[in-house]
Unconditional design. Structure first.
Length: 65
C-alpha cells in the first residue's frame, strides 16, 4: 500500500513540486483568522407568502391586488 498524502492525478510533478504544494496547503490549513464575521442570524419567517394565509378581501385601492 502506498502511504502518500498527496498524489498527482494529471501531469508530472517531481518531489520538490509536490512538497511545495503540500507545504502551502498545510500552512493554509493551520492558519487561523480572527477577523471572521459573526454568523448571520437565521430568518424565522418565510420571505414569501402563502395564498391560503392571506385574507379573502382586499380593498379596491390596495396595491397588493
Amino acid at each position: 500500500m502506498n502511504d502518500t498524502l498527496v498524489r498527482v492525478e494529471k501531469g508530472t510533478a517531481d518531489a520538490e513540486e509536490v512538497a511545495a504544494v503540500t507545504a502551502v496547503l498545510l500552512a493554509r490549513a493551520a492558519a487561523t483568522t480572527n477577523d471572521t464575521a459573526p454568523p448571520r442570524p437565521r430568518r424565522t419567517t418565510a420571505a414569501w407568502r402563502r395564498l391560503e394565509r392571506t385574507p379573502g378581501f382586499r380593498a379596491p385601492h390596495s396595491w397588493q391586488g
